[in-house]
Design a protein around this ligand. Structure first.
Ligand code: CMC
Length: 429
């Protein structure tokens, strides 16, 4: 294969270097395009734009493959823990026992947030969405830790990563407690990362609380499945904000806000609300399918479709299988799981969805499990954020270390008015 692509423009031929990734993904390097030709590329939605080279996550959307640092998602979901996977994403390798213990210790030691920050929660109305609280609390961390704001101090950044992972978990659990009017529960150092989160979510000061090991296992699996997904909307946001040398807290807060949107992480809440609505209306899935196909309805089948996957999302496959097992272990039946399965079956046998290669994504079945765990619907996207955190951190770090050091700043094709003469008010029609 040639090392160059040829581009013919206005009678001249330009050679553009070809870049090949480790899984044989190919790109045309256009970094010098504008300087040499005065042209830019136009790619709204960035569907054809490689924004960076990355060693963290590989996806083959046609085959339904997802790997973190080379390890298949199915193996990690079954065998790893969230803490180990977070270490893997941020450090490029699985930890040995000593490294894992040190990392765990850091997560345990840095779980508290500044006590003054607890007052912030009182300022939010009880109707505040937990994603609004999470993002602003994470940004506020920057005011309490001014000594941790230099993105170029690698030693400092390495120390900051586990602190951020640990504190954001605490902030997330506190935001739930505040939303239901219960006192916050401080973290317990004897518990590991996921158990501690469940403890802070569900314990109350007036009685003992035993963390259920099955719930801990399930939470580990769900958070692993969400831990990274290469250059999705929120991760690209984290990288873009970080590229201006904004501090880590600001970059992560921006990622949380991007995730909140219903086309991205906010879809998990919307899936549950859609299933509840179908259930309330007698369980007829055909109406939802018809509405999703009607472009004038403004309705999409939430939890379906993906920019990259044109095959079954491998994360959805793991979650769907786990739904049955977990509900059986908890001795629960959920009519919403039955509706979700019927909805999937109806969509996957409908030419609209088949032709467009629209399959269930990670958000389609995750809510059924969160619901069984007692996590309320408005917290679902917060759970996604907790899971995605190691990915954001790893990608932010990689962006700063890739040696490019350039601010992200796309171009545009201007389609507005050409120069006009200012018209005084009394002459305007
Ligand atoms: N329901 C009905 N039609 C759909 C759906 C859907 N869920 N998803 C895509 N389409 C149609 C879309 O209308 C378009 O049709 P046409 O070619 O006739 O115009 C075609 O499929 C291609 O869709 P697109 O909007 O160009 O695809 P995209 O890559 O820009 O969007 C998506 C991807 C995930 C935003 C979209 O599939 C969607 O809105 N899905 C529902 C929301 C959702 O579940 N989001 C979670 C994504 S996975 C978790 C995450 O990464 O956050």
């Amino acid at each position: 294969m040639s090392d160059f692509a040829e581009l013919k423009l206005e009678g001249k031929t330009y050679q553009l270097p070809i870049v090949v990734g480790s899984e044989n993904e190919k790109a045309i390097d256009i970094r010098k395009l504008r300087a040499e030709t005065n042209y830019v590329t136009l790619d709204s939605g960035y569907g054809n734009t490689g924004a960076c080279k990355s060693e963290i996550t590989f996806i083959d959307g046609e085959k339904g493959i997802l790997r973190y640092r080379g390890y298949p998602i199915e193996q990690l979901a079954e065998k790893s823990t969230f803490v180990e996977t977070a270490y893997l994403l941020m450090n490029s390798k699985l930890p040995n026992q000593v490294e894992l213990n040190d990392f765990r210790e850091m997560l345990t030691r840095h779980s508290l947030i500044h006590e003054d920050m607890l007052h912030f929660y009182d300022g939010y109305p009880s109707t505040a969405h937990p994603m609004a609280i999470l993002s602003s609390m994470v940004c506020s961390l920057s005011s309490y830790y001014p000594e941790w704001l230099d993105p170029h101090d690698n030693a400092q950044v390495a120390q900051l990563m586990p602190r951020v992972l640990s504190k954001i978990r605490t902030i997330a659990a506190y935001s739930y407690k505040k939303s239901i009017g219960q006192p916050v529960i401080y973290p317990k150092n004897s518990l590991d990362y996921c158990a501690n989160f469940l403890y802070m979510m569900f314990a109350v000061p007036s009685e003992p609380y035993e963390v259920d090991e099955e719930m801990v296992k399930t939470l580990n699996m769900l958070l692993i499945l969400h831990a990274d997904h290469e250059q999705n909307c929120s991760t690209s946001t984290v990288r873009m904000v970080g590229s201006s040398d904004a501090n880590l807290f600001a970059s992560i807060a921006a990622g949380i806000l991007a995730l909140w949107g219903p086309k991205h992480g906010g879809a998990n809440q919307e899936v549950m609300e859609m299933l509840e609505e179908i259930n309330r209306n007698g369980g007829d899935v055909k109406k939802a399918i018809a509405m999703a196909k009607d472009k004038n309805s403004g309705f999409r089948l939430m939890g379906f479709g993906h920019r990259v996957y044109k095959n079954y999302d491998p994360r959805a496959k793991v979650i769907k299988k786990a739904c049955d097992q977990i509900l059986a272990k908890m001795n629960r039946k959920d009519p919403l799981l039955e509706i979700a399965k019927r909805l999937e079956e109806a969509a996957l046998s409908d030419p609209y969805f088949v032709d467009r290669k629209l399959y269930p994504n990670v958000d389609f079945y995750s809510g059924v499990i969160y619901r069984a765990m007692g996590i309320p619907t408005p917290m679902f996207t917060v759970m996604f954020a907790l899971g995605r955190l190691p990915g954001w951190l790893a990608q932010w770090m990689e962006m700063h270390r890739d040696g490019e050091g350039r601010i992200d700043r796309p171009r545009q094709i201007y389609t507005g008015e050409s120069e006009r003469i200012y018209v005084p008010m009394n002459q305007r029609t």
